[in-house]
Design a protein around this ligand. Structure first.
Ligand code: E4P
Length: 229
């Protein structure tokens, strides 16, 4: 299994697949971080707009809670992205600059690699895009599985194909399963051996639940209470 440079730097816990929260809501990050299993956060302009809070302030609050926070550039030309990347990277050492998978984005990824700025290449929908982003020096790539499923494809199949290619070529770029919609996406990501899954708050909250845990605990507590009677 290929393990990326970023994973050595950022891994907070021992289970190999890192779990990120996909949100710009600081309260949600605080809550899930308190469970002791959260390795990072991904934000994007839509998530930030939904919360209506100051972007830099939000990123800094999250950086205090987790070791890896993706902050997306809003420029679309390489020069503009590079300028934003330099700026964001100075905010906090936990910032990972998110760059879209475009030709301009590739130029910005190469620039960041040379400057030692950590990056997450977002909006990846194919194996050639994944390879180009890795060759350009992305620390992380984010294939969007849910949006592929929404369009009638199989997002997790793309993850399997990327991981297969990675095994051959020893890319250090981490594969982050993005746009997850349900616990099954996380299960399949772990079985395939993806490096990271980013998970919406509502889906994250479902991960610890199982009906047999609830009934099992109830029975234990009922039996325990009887011994007191
Ligand atoms: C990833 O970094 C993105 O923020 C996210 O996963 C996009 O998911 P969506 O397709 O639910 O918007």
């Amino acid at each position: 299994m290929v393990r990326g440079v970023a994973s050595k730097v950022n891994r907070a816990y021992n289970f190999p697949m890192k779990l990120f929260l996909d949100t710009a809501n600081v309260d949600h990050v605080t809550e899930i971080a308190s469970w002791g299993v959260l390795d990072g956060v991904t934000t994007n302009p839509s998530l930030v707009a939904k919360e209506g809070k100051d972007f830099k302030e939000t990123v800094l609050k999250m950086c205090a809670l987790v070791p890896c926070v993706s902050a997306q550039v809003t420029a679309t030309d390489a020069e503009g992205m590079q300028k934003q990347a330099v700026e964001y990277s100075k905010w906090h050492k936990h910032v990972v600059v998110k760059v879209p998978m475009t030709v301009e984005g590739l130029k910005a990824l190469r620039f960041c690699k040379e400057k030692g700025i950590k990056t997450n290449c977002t909006l990846v929908f194919s194996l050639p895009q994944a390879m180009l982003a890795a060759k350009a020096g992305a620390s992380i790539i984010s294939p969007f599985v849910g949006r592929i499923d929404d369009a009638g494809g199989d997002g997790m199949q793309l993850i399997a194909e990327i991981m297969e290619a990675w095994e051959h070529y020893q890319f250090s770029t981490e594969v982050l399963v993005a746009s997850t919609r349900k616990p099954e996406h996380i299960e399949r990501a772990a079985r395939i051996g993806a490096h990271i899954a980013t998970i919406p708050y509502e889906v994250f909250k479902k991960l610890p639940l199982h009906p047999l845990t609830d009934t099992g605990l109830k029975k234990f507590m009922d039996d325990w209470t009887k011994t007191k009677g």
